[in-house]
Design a protein around this ligand. Structure first.
Ligand SMILES: Cc1cc2nc3c(=O)[nH]c(=O)nc-3n(C[C@H](O)[C@H](O)[C@H](O)COP(=O)(O)OP(=O)(O)OC[C@H]3O[C@@H](n4cnc5c(N)ncnc54)[C@H](O)[C@@H]3O)c2cc1C
Length: 503
């Protein structure tokens, strides 16, 4: 046979969800094209923390996903608040300033819980409480971030491995080192195949149903610079080096419509110690997201964001970009000893600079204007508060500084308990927001505003969900939601053409 029922381009969470969904719907021959070699497979999904945001009315609804949690954590469910669909949609609206696509975001929110249960049930993905990322201990209780309690067991590494295992078990063919380079259409203006480059040359694979799930353009310096700007052009890349915008370019070459915020991206504060690309074995452990308990200084010795504007999981995706806009694309996060126990465990992947006085600390930092840094810290301390004034690490506590031009509006604690610790931070790009115009059936829309027959899309390539910012844990749930729909529709479309692949 020289054709496939469904071809899926990419092998991250979204693409493998699509491949599994296509099989589940009855597609016969399904192939996954992975550009990376086997040892680099899995895209950003492998690098991810694999935390999954979904709506739930009653915390106990998650029990089937994590049956052992109650035995492991005392009063587990008491520390979890309900997170309704309205809450989830409200968060998406808030962080995107009301610009998230109304139809796609509704679809994502409505399906979020069902998607995660489907990942567990059909995708074979084991789950666990996302304790290192989402929980803060308050007295004897673990208090969990709303909507963010569950992650894939063994994080992105486990998530990716499970998807591959399930795909293989279902008889889905996986071709490694196989880059899709061109989409082929025929006289019907529909998909007829894809050209693939591998180590043996260029091949045409025929199909009537193709799903694009091959990521954004975060690893492509030219596209980053062109669409987002010079600062993001220079950002370190947090995930896979293989997401180079191929799928977006291929689709637009056959008339697909670009959609969403092409000038936007998810970029987070990460340790400045890393090279241009994140080491695969460290996955997401360079993130530096405990800045809400810190004062962040740039190289001029000034603060430049409200570190406590909101919980880190609602500001981290934009603060990386904020750091990139500062001199040398660098910042220092300064903590005192009374909050050190609140730092995420991943801070342990670098060694802080430590001193007993703020003067001694600043003297060791590569801040150009150290006198200004001391002035900033002293002014901050005069405007800041003490723990007894109502400090609460489990939620935005309203403990705001008073009298600064740039206030720190929550967790505005004085830096007064030595020793003081400083961690470096720069901005690392996670993924890009620009994508393709997509219907609620995961069809790709052309610039003539009609779906391109046989072409489906999922994951980072879906345009219009995120603008300027992003609520943590949404990418993977979105990827699996749209992947599931894309795979199902690709299989149904293939059934219409059964026996006529060669076209
Ligand atoms: C460090 C880090 C931490 C993260 N943590 C979380 C988290 O905790 N929760 C969350 O929801 N999200 C998280 N994310 C975001 C999440 O990883 C992404 O939203 C998600 O993985 C995107 O899935 P995807 O399938 O669209 O793309 P990817 O997983 O990136 O997969 C893209 C695939 O396409 C392949 N490919 C690219 N071009 C081609 C081509 N031409 N031909 C064939 N194959 C191609 C790639 O090799 C790869 O296999 C994190 C991301 C990073 C980098």
């Amino acid at each position: 046979m020289d054709g496939y029922d469904v071809i899926v381009v990419g092998a991250g969470n979204a693409a493998l969800a699509a491949a599994v969904s296509a099989k589940e719907t009855g597609a016969g021959r399904v192939v996954v094209l992975e550009k990376a070699p086997r040892e680099m497979r899995g895209g950003n999904t492998h690098w991810s923390g694999a935390v999954l945001r979904f709506a739930l009315d009653d915390p106990r609804e998650i029990a089937p996903l994590i049956p052992g949690a109650e035995a492991e954590y005392e009063n587990f469910y008491e520390g979890i608040a309900p997170y309704t669909k309205a809450d989830f949609h409200g968060d998406l609206m808030r962080v995107t300033s009301g610009r998230t696509d109304p139809d796609l975001s509704r679809l994502l929110v409505e399906n979020s819980k069902d998607t995660v249960f489907w990942m567990h049930r059909t995708g074979g993905i084991a789950m666990e409480p996302a304790v290192t990322l989402s929980a803060v201990r308050k007295d004897n209780l673990m208090v969990w971030a709303r909507g963010l309690v569950v992650r894939a067991a063994h994080e992105g590494v486990g998530l990716s491995r499970s998807w591959f295992a399930t795909a293989e078990k279902l008889g889905i063919e996986i071709r490694y080192g196989s880059a899709a380079v061109e989409l082929v259409v025929d006289d019907s203006a529909g998909i007829a195949g894809v050209k693939v480059r591998d180590e043996t040359g260029l091949h045409l694979l025929k199909t009537r149903s193709l799903v694009l799930g091959c990521g954004g353009f975060e690893a492509n310096v030219q596209m980053r610079t062109q669409h987002i700007g010079a600062q993001i052009g220079g950002a370190k890349v947090r995930g896979t080096p293989y997401n180079q915008g191929d799928g977006l370019r291929m689709a637009m070459a056959i008339g697909a419509m670009p959609w969403g915020q092409w000038s936007g991206c998810h970029a987070t504060p990460i340790s400045a110690d890393w090279g241009e690309f994140a080491p695969r074995e460290l996955t997401d452990r360079s993130n530096r997201l405990s800045y809400v308990y810190s004062v962040m200084l740039n190289r001029k010795g000034n603060r430049f964001v409200d570190e406590g504007e909101d919980g880190a999981l609602f500001t981290y995706a934009k603060f990386g970009r904020a750091i990139l806009a500062e001199p040398g694309a660098k910042a220092w996060q300064i903590f005192d000893s009374k909050v050190i126990h609140l730092l995420e465990p991943r801070y342990s992947t670098s060694t802080p600079i430590v001193a007993d006085t703020l003067e001694d600390l600043v003297a060791q930092l590569d801040i150009d204007d150290k006198a200004q840094a001391m002035k900033t810290l002293e002014a901050y301390n005069r405007a800041a508060k003490g723990v007894d004034d109502g400090f609460d690490p489990t939620k935005p506590d309203g403990l705001s500084t008073q009298g600064l031009a740039l206030e720190k509006t929550n967790w505005g604690l004085r830096l007064d308990s030595p020793p003081f610790h400083a961690y470096s931070a720069t901005g690392g790009i996670t993924f890009t927001f620009g994508g393709l115009r997509t219907t609620t059936e995961a069809e790709v829309v052309g610039t003539d505003w009609r779906p391109i027959p046989g072409l489906y899309v999922c994951g980072e390539m879906v345009g219009g969900l995120f603008y300027d910012n992003y609520p943590a844990g949404t990418g993977l749930v979105s990827g699996a939601t749209f992947g599931r729909i894309a795979g199902r529709n690709a299989a149904k479309n293939a059934a219409r053409f059964a026996g006529s692949h060669a076209a």
